[in-house]
Design a protein around this ligand. Structure first.
Ligand SMILES: Nc1ncnc2c1ncn2[C@@H]1O[C@H](COP(=O)(O)OP(=O)(O)OP(=O)(O)O)[C@@H](O)[C@H]1O
Ligand SMILES: [Mg+2]
Length: 542
């Protein structure tokens, strides 16, 4: 169980949450929701014990599995499979068994060989006592369900993409949680932050089933409303503008109804307050004319101001970033071409001989299963990585804009302001400030290091960087990940309006529909085809 009392959380000087009491018990399946930057990740970190609250206390009992929103740093030389097995301490045992096995085979001295045999026996005994063999296949099953192929599991974490690393972490904590206790039920509390970001549709469906059956207590942050609808039996709605968390002990659908009723009530209260304040002001205006009533008039103004001051916050909560894409610079007929692109990692061939021609203003979607090389292709086109053979041929007037899935175009050490300054060195300061304003960055937040931004804020900042660039070919890798629904709509709208060429990688069918692509590129073969709605199904599988 986790209990938090009188919890206060802050971001810089801003209060995200105050006086909150939160409890996670067995059987709870809680959806933690709220706008980008509301403090969901911060709250979960604190509940997991990886961050300290500004005030208040958190008590934890029992086992805990925590999946952070960003890929973990830590020791990257570990083999992926060992990382998963380490959740139950099996990795070391397996390694020792292997060592003893080699010793048995290689040692010639009888006594030494005997010792190795005995040592192997002991290890093996402990391994099976811990349910090792069943556990190992359990781990393999979970990994397969999360789309982690065997060859990936044999690689060190360093060689994996951020998305693959996150899937390994997810597999690890689900593996730990699938260890049924004495009553045949898991007692692990799962705290998971945006688990679906790097998953394909099959894996998401499997994950839903897993989470739905989890008995030990669960808090999940997700922008996947289908997952929430399917899994959660309680909802915590975090509203940073009020610094409060609203607790709804009900399913997702009931929560949606209850919240829209709450919002209606708040809107009504706001309208009432505005009306009253208006009347007070009008009255005060009339009274001001008479010297004898000046003080009373002054008091009325004060009262009106007080009524209204409570409202600004509510209004701010409704603010949505106005996301748009750049005015594309002039360019020739085919601004971007690629010839015979090939790429391998070690002995693993990703694709060979891919030819491309991206015409001015054309719209292309890249499709392919997990690991087919979609991100790699965009990285090659964006010049972030070099092809083994073949190359990218820039056309006349090409200006590329690249949006990276893992936000690697952002300098995490540098502030929000210097990031955008760097992205658009020639733009006037005032213009940049107002651009950042439309993307909802202002005041103190301009000085914040980009690395400390929330997931959705990082996405917004990276997109703002594109806008100031006059790019005429946008390479977009999962541009809707991490965004709350209102901000996602803005990105879709920007996609619809953009006049330049787009090469899009996404799991989000809504993004493809907004793009209205003319063509698809199918990886790993690099085959091109005209777009047809039949491909939409493939988008989710990808
Ligand atoms: N060191 C810091 N200084 C100032 N602000 C910070 C710092 N670290 C985090 N923040 C801010 O705290 C707020 C809450 O961040 P958090 O990551 O918890 O949001 P979130 O609700 O998880 O958002 P998202 O949906 O985008 O993931 C954000 O506005 C973030 O920019
Ligand atoms: Mg977050």
């Amino acid at each position: 169980m986790i209990t938090a009392t009188d919890l206060e959380l802050r971001a810089g000087s801003r209060i995200l949450l105050s006086d909150a009491t939160l409890r996670i018990q067995p059987g709870d399946r809680i959806g933690l929701v709220g706008r980008n930057g509301a403090g969901k990740t911060t709250s979960l970190r604190v509940l997991a014990g990886e961050g300290q609250p500004y005030a208040g206390e958190v008590h934890r009992t029992g086992e805990l599995g925590y999946l952070p929103q960003d890929p973990r740093e830590g020791d990257l030389s570990v083999i992926a499979k060992d990382r998963v097995l380490s959740a139950r301490g099996l990795d070391q045992l397996l390694r020792d068994m292997e060592k003893a096995q080699t010793a048995m085979a290689e040692l010639v001295d009888d006594a030494a060989q005997d010792a190795a045999v005995r040592s192997y026996g002991r290890l093996e005994e402990r391994f099976s006592a811990l349910g090792g063999y069943a556990a190992e296949s359990e781990a393999a099953r979970i990994c397969a369900n999360l789309g982690l192929a065997d060859r990936i599991l044999d690689q060190p974490l360093r060689t994996l993409s951020g998305g693959q690393r996150r899937r390994v972490e997810l597999a690890r904590i689900l593996f730990a949680a699938s260890d049924a206790g004495a009553g045949g039920k898991s007692s692990t509390i799962l705290l998971i932050d945006e688990p679906t970001n790097h998953l394909d549709a099959d894996s998401i469906a499997w994950l839903r089933g897993f989470l739905k059956g989890h008995e030990g207590g669960l808090v999940v942050i997700s922008h996947d409303v289908e997952l929430l609808a399917d899994v959660v039996n309680k909802v915590w709605f975090l509203d940073a503008t009020r610094g409060e968390v609203d607790i709804y002990n009900m399913t997702w659908q009931r929560y949606l109804d209850a919240r829209s009723a709450d919002e209606k009530r708040r809107r009504r209260e706001r309208a009432n307050a505005e009306k009253k304040a208006g009347a007070l002001m009008a009255q005060a205006d009339k009274m001001r004319a008479k010297a004898t009533k000046a003080v009373a008039a002054q008091n009325m103004v004060k009262r009106a101001e007080k009524l209204l001051s409570g409202l600004d916050e509510t209004r701010q909560a409704d603010r949505v970033a106005k996301i748009r894409f750049p005015e594309p610079a002039q360019c020739g007929r085919t601004p971007l071409m690629a010839e015979g692109l090939s790429k391998s990692y070690g002995s693993l061939e990703i694709f060979t001989g891919v030819d491309l021609a991206i015409d001015k203003g054309s719209r292309v979607v890249v499709l392919g299963l997990n690991g087919a090389g979609k991100t790699t292709l965009l990285r090659l086109l964006g010049g972030m990585e070099k092809a083994d053979s073949g190359g990218v041929v820039p056309g006349h007037g090409l200006k590329l804009g690249y949006f990276a899935q893992e936000h690697e175009t952002l300098d995490h050490e540098a502030s929000v302001w210097s990031n955008i300054r760097h992205a658009a060195p020639d733009t006037q300061e005032q213009q940049l400030r107002s651009l950042l304003g439309t993307f909802l960055f202002s005041g103190e937040q301009l000085d914040q290091p980009a690395g400390t931004l929330s997931g959705g804020e990082k996405t917004r900042l990276a997109l703002a960087g594109l806008v100031s660039s006059a790019a005429n070919v946008l390479l977009l890798d999962e541009p809707t990940n991490n965004l709350d629904p209102a901000s996602r709509e803005q990105v879709l709208d920007a996609l619809r309006r953009y006049q330049g060429a787009v090469v899009l990688v996404t799991h989000d069918p809504g993004a493809v529909e907004a793009l209205e692509p003319e063509r698809v590129i199918l990886l790993p073969d690099g085959t091109e085809d005209h777009w047809s709605p039949d491909y939409l199904e493939l988008v989710q599988l990808a």
